[in-house]
Ligand binder design. Structure first.
Ligand code: SF4
Length: 306
């Protein structure tokens, strides 16, 4: 890291009274400067309870929107206005309405990787880290889950007593879609002693080949408690740096080196500096949308804390 720019960022954070939240997929330089690193649920929690004046999000746009919704009095910035998760835009209000009409009795649980408008139309939000806990606690057994079909399939497998209806037809993460069974089988043969950990956004045909399925923060916890020394990791490549830095004596093999989220990688140390300097780009959510979206997000927080 350029010492000068790092010091400038630290000084600007202090001047602006800013909290820097860094998603697990980000570059290690950003983690070094951040106040907190975590998955989307942990970051949402931090954003809600901070007493800082400003929140700067090194993550995808939907995470910054979540911070605005949960803490509307704060100024929320994202260093790149193009850090938009493609999966979050795969579920449109029009499609959502179609499924609502088709399944009027279903509870609608949407992944936090959605736009604010979609959160406002849902009953509750979920993340990969809390989905099983939340869905298992819902009274209703018929649940619409979107937009990630692989996460929906994982939930269905874990909770066979529930009727999980995935929507829409196209929902997926292009980064996690890169993992394919033949690659994982080759790695299993090459490193038979390694523990294979996958994110629930990988295809169900790949999930069945993993020893453990968990969110990014779940992966950090699993490595910490596991007696294995070697791990094959199926998620965005940025997490490998965090794992190596947190567990220097263990070995981590990325299942694919090209599992890169181009959108999250649009946040850099340079545009972070410019973001703090010029207080840009401020993320805003219309008040009427934010009001309803907050209900879905707060329900998620309540169910996770209960
Ligand atoms: S890794 Fe996938 S789900 Fe996460 S922000 Fe990138 S495209 Fe979206």
């Amino acid at each position: 890291m350029s010492t000068d720019i790092g010091e400038e960022i630290i000084s600007l954070k202090k001047d602006r009274d800013a909290l820097l939240l860094v998603h697990n997929y980000q570059d290690s330089k950003l983690h070094e400067l951040g106040d907190f690193s975590g998955d989307s649920f942990e970051l949402a929690h931090k954003a809600k309870y901070t007493d800082k004046e400003m929140i700067v999000f090194a993550g995808a746009e939907f995470m910054a929107e979540t911070a605005v919704i949960l803490n509307p009095d704060k100024k929320v910035l994202i260093p790149s206005s193009t850090a938009k998760c493609p999966m979050a835009h795969m579920l449109s209000p029009k499609v959502m309405k179609r499924y609502q009409t088709q399944y009027p009795d279903a509870t609608i649980a949407v992944y936090v990787n959605t736009t604010a408008e979609i959160k406002a139309m849902a009953d509750i939000c979920i993340t990969s880290g809390n989905a099983i806990e939340i869905i298992s606690k819902l009274d209703n057994d018929q649940i619409l889950i979107g937009p990630d079909r692989n996460l929906a399939s994982y939930i269905q497998q874990q909770l066979p007593e529930k009727m999980i209806i995935p929507f829409p037809e196209i929902g997926h993460c292009y980064v996690h879609q890169k993992f394919i069974p033949s690659d994982i089988k080759k790695l299993r043969n090459k490193y038979p002693e390694a523990e294979i950990i996958a994110h629930p956004e990988v295809a169900s045909s790949v999930q069945t080949l993993a020893d453990k399925i968990c969110s990014t923060s779940g992966m950090l916890k699993e490595v910490g408690r596991s007696t294995s020394e070697k791990f094959i990791i199926m998620t965005e490549i940025g997490l490998i740096d965090r794992l190596r830095s947190n567990f220097p004596t263990k070995t981590f093999i990325p299942a694919r080196k090209d599992a890169i989220c181009i959108q999250q990688k649009k946040i850099t140390i340079y545009n972070l500096y410019l973001s703090l300097l010029h207080e840009r780009y401020q993320v805003k959510v219309p008040a009427t949308i934010a009001k309803n979206a907050r209900l879905s997000l707060e329900r998620m927080l309540e169910f996770s804390e209960a």
